[in-house]
Ligand binder design. Structure first.
Ligand SMILES: Cc1ncc(COP(=O)(O)O)c(C=O)c1O
Length: 366
């Protein structure tokens, strides 16, 4: 039996050997980086902006981030609260490592992004898992059962990977109540899909209590900059100095020219239109897949670019068969939590042509 990582590696290998592989496994937009972003990066290199960056992130980029987030969130955000990293992932590690000590506990919500439990385990921090309702809402009673004076961190992810659910008002109120009742708790709010919302509105808990919430954002999904590795965290101000030291001792910061590309991504009007175009394209793909899958799912994703689908038997076995027999790569649900052994994740970050053929192959296995 192959593991998920091996499925992806095998898909690539089969493709290289000429097999007609379609990969709906990876969480990566298939669009190109906008030309203006590429030019800004190239210009930075030609102008010798190639020296060590400020470990907090270039001030011009932090100003652009602060302005961008202030506009989106409608609250004042200062460049001094921003820490720029190589993609969003380091913020997950930094937050767990910095905030949680030996006896502390973390609460994760299933289905989760697998990087959260990875770092909890690697850093030897206990964590408890609560299964979300299918619409992404947090079951209140379950949450209050596991909260304790040891709880230090909650990690939430809206729009959710792989469910595509959004934070709703009820969840928001519940989490704000938790912050009020448990003064040691912080929330890491992973919002890397916040620009990919197709219905309803993205609600960010960061807007409502930025003294106790760490916002995780990334250029990967919104601006298709996955391989350029640029992301950021916005932290309560008192922690930024320590976290900057951590960033400095770890990677110093993301590549300087890429940070110039980030400024263009946030400020350029053509890029803004491009993001809007991609959102509309993703929505068309989501709607196309919905028509194909509606009998098999109980929740239509409102954001991100995945369908999380229950299959008739073990998801890992299903993914193996899909790849070996149909040359279709998809991701087994077990990666998103123990409760999802019979699920698979299908990404719609792929061309309509590949989606049509991919879903035909998928259905032929049911
Ligand atoms: C929920 C979630 N958070 C964070 C990330 C990290 O993205 P990056 O490190 O590319 O910014 C991803 C990437 O797939 C993700 O799905």
């Amino acid at each position: 039996m192959l593991t998920a990582v091996e499925i992806e590696a095998k898909a690539k290998e089969l493709k290289k050997r000429g097999y007609p592989v379609i990969s709906l496994a990876i969480g990566e937009p298939d669009f190109e980086v906008h030309q203006n972003i590429k030019e800004a990066i190239n210009r930075a290199i030609l102008e010798n902006k190639t020296y060590y960056p400020d470990p907090k992130g270039l001030i011009e980029l932090r100003e652009a981030i602060a302005e961008y987030e202030t506009n989106r969130k409608g609250i004042d955000i200062s460049p001094d609260e921003v820490l720029v990293t190589a993609g969003g992932k380091p913020i997950i590690f930094y937050t767990i490592f910095y905030f949680c000590k030996q006896d502390d506990e973390i609460i994760l919500f299933e289905p989760y992004y697998l990087v959260y439990p990875y770092w909890c385990k690697a850093l030897n921090i206990k964590y408890k898992v609560i299964k979300l309702n299918e619409d992404g809402t947090i079951p209140r009673d379950e949450l209050f059962k596991v909260l304790s004076p040891k709880t230090r961190l909650l990690i939430i992810n809206y729009p959710n990977n792989p469910q595509g659910s959004l934070m709703n008002k009820e969840n928001l109120d519940l989490l704000l109540e938790v912050l009020e009742k448990f003064p040691r708790i912080y929330i890491l709010s992973d919002e890397v899909y916040s620009e990919l919302v197709y219905e309803d509105k993205h609600i960010s808990i960061f807007t409502y209590n930025k003294n106790r919430v760490i916002l995780l954002e990334s250029f990967s999904k919104t601006f298709c900059m996955t391989g350029l590795r640029l992301g950021y965290g916005i932290f309560p101000r008192e922690f930024v100095k320590d976290l900057t030291t951590m960033n400095s001792n770890f990677i110093t910061g993301p590549s300087t020219p890429i940070q110039y590309g980030g400024i263009t991504a946030l400020r350029d009007n053509e890029v803004k239109k491009y993001v809007q175009y991609m959102r509309e394209e993703f929505k068309k793909r989501r709607d196309f897949l919905y028509d194909e899958l509606k009998e098999k799912i109980s929740f239509k994703p409102k954001g991100a670019f995945y369908y999380f689908v229950k299959v008739p038997y073990d998801g890992l076995e299903f993914c193996n068969r899909a790849l070996n027999e149909k040359y279709l790569a998809i991701t087994p649900g077990i990666l998103f939590g123990e409760s999802f052994k019979n699920y698979v994740r299908i990404s719609f970050a792929n061309s309509m042509e590949n989606l049509k053929e991919g879903i035909r192959r998928f259905k032929s296995l049911l």
